[in-house]
Write a protein of this length. Structure first.
Length: 256
């Protein structure tokens, strides 16, 4: 217990750690709100839970399919462009899904829009873990930060559905998806804010996600994808790869 307290005391003694951990929670809230909000909204709109469920499933399949592609682009060019693009496209597509009724979208059009929502989901979980690695060169502190990050992620999975339930109870029919949209709109700007804070504090940029160049990494990724795909699992490859790169965070991530 003493070691546990000492590790977290040392972590929170670092400048801006608590603020970054607090920012990382709302950044993750789309994880716990978009899927459920979409399900409830489309169930209300179409009267079919089967259709709504199939749309949410397709949305997550699109997310799983494009995550390796977005990760690869970020590996080669840095995450700034990926975050800007997904931070614009995903909220716009989600807004179109929210307005599917007034827009008179057919079921086929709703499917296409949902696929865009999933395909353009910002890779914020990978970014947060990368920023933790940048902020904490000490392996022991980094391990403690990753444990804290896992708790924050679980909080997003828990608090998100609870907020959606509250929106259902007290709001109009579109409130759950509108709440998910609000979190999605805020997520990427919060990511840039968090990165800016770290840059302002002179964080040495090392041990980041860099270019995926080696045959060993490629073989490792294929080895993970093959059994996972056969088991029907959705895999975010970006969470599995850690290689070195990005020698200037201001160039790649922070907007001056």
């Amino acid at each position: 217990m003493r070691s546990f307290r000492a590790r977290y005391a040392a972590l929170f003694a670092r400048a801006d750690v608590l603020r970054f951990a607090a920012l990382s929670l709302p950044m993750r809230m789309p994880i716990g709100t978009v899927g459920l909000g979409t399900l409830l909204h489309l169930r209300e709109l179409t009267g079919s839970i089967a259709f709504a469920g199939s749309i949410v499933g397709a949305q997550f399949v699109a997310m799983a399919a494009t995550s390796p592609i977005l990760g690869r682009i970020a590996d080669r060019r840095g995450p700034r462009g990926v975050l800007i693009a997904t931070g614009v496209v995903c909220p716009l597509a989600l807004a179109a899904l929210l307005a599917a009724g007034p827009l008179g979208l057919s079921r086929g059009a709703i499917l296409v829009v949902a696929l865009v929502v999933g395909a353009s989901a910002p890779p914020l979980t990978v970014l947060v873990r990368t920023l933790w690695r940048m902020r904490l060169p000490d392996p022991a502190l980094r391990q403690t930060a990753f444990a804290l990050d896992a708790v924050v992620l679980e909080l997003a999975y828990t608090i998100g559905p609870a907020l959606i339930a509250l929106a259902v109870a007290v709001g109009p029919p579109g409130a759950p998806l509108a709440l998910a949209l609000a979190f999605t709109v805020a997520a990427v700007p919060l990511a840039f804010t968090a990165a800016q804070k770290m840059s302002d504090n002179g964080v040495p940029v090392n041990q980041c996600i860099g270019r995926v160049e080696t045959d060993q990494v490629r073989i490792g990724v294929r080895g993970v994808l093959t059994p996972s795909s056969s088991a029907g699992m959705l895999v975010n490859v970006g969470d599995m790869i850690t290689v070195n790169g990005w020698d200037n965070i201001d160039r790649f991530l922070v907007i001056k």
